[in-house]
Write a protein of this length. Structure first.
Length: 339
């Protein structure tokens, strides 16, 4: 009988133990839920509902969504944040809606000169190219610079010679000549002649992406045709590490868009990371603060950013910014206007 009572208690005790272990495991699994996600932009500027047709809005939404989903899928399948960033940007570069790759704006000489950069938050390695004219996807060349050279930035013909040396094919510059952009530059030049004043058209539709992968690695990239009517080999912030692009596993991954000169002078993307690292600011506070600083100088634009915990920030001081993000287990969010 004593043995019976003992075995009953023993069974109960064993059951309770099993329950505790199971509870413990599920609690642990909760704790270890992998955070990952991607955030992208398609440029900041005077983007208003009033100036948009439903058809145009649909085209932008669909392309932003395609880029987001493609980058996200890579992350979901245990791919790297670098691959996700490169993929998302490549899709936007191939689309004439955006001022990068196929849709790049024209210089004053009616050429297209493209700038791009990418950064790996794990190693703080980075790559960039400026003023390239025969590279279909400048973001991929920036990545080659990062991974296959000891340098960070190559310019113009040198960057293209490096591309060739790596087996990347150069394309005819005619690929970038889109009617819409040609009309823009011709109208601006006509206005310059009429008024006798120099006009550098405000930037719009540069593209960028930032991602956090399942391994906890952050990466960011940016790609642009720069400013319409730019002269003398003008380079903006997009290919400059710390201005247009920055990533650091300790803090965040971030890409900028807007009036490049102000982002360079503000060392904008690095400033966000530095405020997080040295002053302990949250991503959204740091990013908004830098946009405020840029506004106070007279500049405009915005950021998209993701931090090491998967928090996203997308501040801007223009009327709108094409932007979106997708985090693990959540639906994609795409926005354009101030909302
Ligand atoms: N920041 C880019 C530049 O100044 C332009 C843009 O973001 O639209 O070249």
């Amino acid at each position: 009988m004593i043995r019976n009572i003992y075995s009953k208690w023993y069974n109960k005790f064993a059951l309770i133990c099993v329950a505790f272990v199971l509870f413990g495991i599920s609690a642990l699994a909760e704790e270890n839920v992998e955070k990952y996600g991607i955030v992208i932009h398609g440029g900041a500027g005077t983007i208003t509902k009033k100036a948009m047709t439903p058809e145009k809005e649909k085209m932008y939404r669909e392309k932003l969504n395609e880029a987001l989903e493609a980058g996200y899928k890579i992350l979901e399948n245990n791919g790297s944040s670098l691959d996700a960033v490169e993929k998302a940007i490549t899709i936007l570069e191939d689309c004439p809606l955006f001022n990068s790759g196929k849709g790049a704006v024209f210089t004053n000489n009616e050429t297209n000169e493209l700038d791009s950069s990418i950064m790996d938050g794990k190693t703080l390695n980075a790559g960039a190219v400026t003023g390239v004219r025969h590279i279909k996807n400048p973001i991929s060349l920036a990545r080659l610079v990062m991974e296959k050279s000891k340098h960070v930035m190559f310019v113009q013909d040198g960057a293209e010679a490096f591309a060739k040396s790596q087996g990347m094919s150069l394309i005819d510059a005619g690929y970038f000549r889109t009617e819409r952009r040609l009309k823009q530059i011709q109208e601006i030049k006509k206005k310059e002649q009429e008024t006798g004043k120099k006009i550098s058209s405000l930037p719009l539709c540069t593209v960028g992406a930032a991602a956090l992968d399942k391994a906890g690695n952050l990466a960011a990239g940016t790609s642009t045709g720069g400013m319409t009517n730019k002269r003398f080999g003008r380079v903006g912030d997009s290919p400059i590490i710390g201005a247009g692009t920055y990533a650091n596993n300790k803090t965040c991954a971030i890409s900028a868009t807007g009036w490049g000169e102000y982002f360079i002078r503000s060392v904008a993307t690095h400033d966000v990371s530095a405020m997080m690292e040295y002053a302990g600011l949250a991503l959204s506070d740091a990013a908004s603060k830098v946009i405020e600083k840029i506004g106070a100088l007279g500049g405009f634009g915005g950021f998209i950013a993701i931090d090491k915990k998967g928090n996203v920030a997308m501040p801007f001081n223009t009327r709108g910014m094409y932007r979106g993000y997708k985090l693990n287990g959540k639906k994609a969010v795409i926005k354009m206007y101030r909302e």
